[in-house]
Design a protein around this ligand. Sequence first.
Ligand SMILES: CC(C)(COP(=O)(O)OP(=O)(O)OC[C@H]1O[C@@H](n2cnc3c(N)ncnc32)[C@H](O)[C@@H]1OP(=O)(O)O)[C@@H](O)C(=O)NCCC(=O)NCCS
Length: 229
Amino acid sequence: MRTVRTVPSAEHGAERWSPCAPNATTWARCPWSAHRRLRSSLSAADARVAVGWRNFERRRNDGGVSTDSTPLVRQVAHGDRDWVAVTLRREWTSTFVARLGELVEAAGLPGYVATLDGRRVGLALVDVRDREFEVVAISTTEPRRGVGAALMERCFADARAMRCRRVWLVTTNNNVAAIGFYQRVGMDLRALHRHAVRASRELKPTIPERDAAGIPIDHEIEFELLLEA
Ligand SMILES: CC(C)(COP(=O)(O)OP(=O)(O)OC[C@H]1O[C@@H](n2cnc3c(N)ncnc32)[C@H](O)[C@@H]1OP(=O)(O)O)[C@@H](O)C(=O)NCCC(=O)NCCS
């Protein structure tokens, strides 16, 4: 029997509003044609995610509880939209994401759902413009099980299929888990946007001054994976 340990999202941070997220302007600039192109490209690859990631083969020792669950990744479907909105609100207090002085309504963005044994355990929302593939939001309710890596691998694969120049995203200085994670999946530091959270906070006042650990939330850090020279 396969058993999966469920880890409450609160375990890895009570509230996250910080970016991985866009702006209202971004949403306005995001043409439906780009969404259609993305959907069309994604539909061809809607199956099991690359099994190359070593986490997929990993079998964790959860105190005697065994699991051989493998994350599966598929496109966000119409029927996922309520769950997407709930997930965004749980992780970032609203469906809006702010970064680099922009505010974006993320709930309607295309993206991916990760499942374990049929349960939705991860979400990545993306925005593709000018051959740049932005991961606007990514989260999982079951950390350190390869869910995030599976979602990012899917993003990388589809960005390549769409001939994007790079995959990029923004996080904040306090999010040490995300900073470790992005580098582990192969992304590199692109830029440090000092004090950029101040502008994001003006657009999204629910972004607190400090996180649950008391760390000031002030800077935005941009990561990228270049897909061509
Ligand atoms: C960031 C996040 C998506 C990572 O997803 P995940 O499913 O836990 O990541 P994975 O299990 O695929 O981890 C892959 C590797 O990334 C690194 N990593 C993941 N979480 C890490 C952490 N908390 N600290 C350090 N490294 C970490 C590890 O090297 C890990 O491999 P390992 O478990 O074999 O050591 C997840 O922690 C999350 O949902 N965080 C809350 C939401 C959030 O902050 N999103 C980002 C906003 S910008």
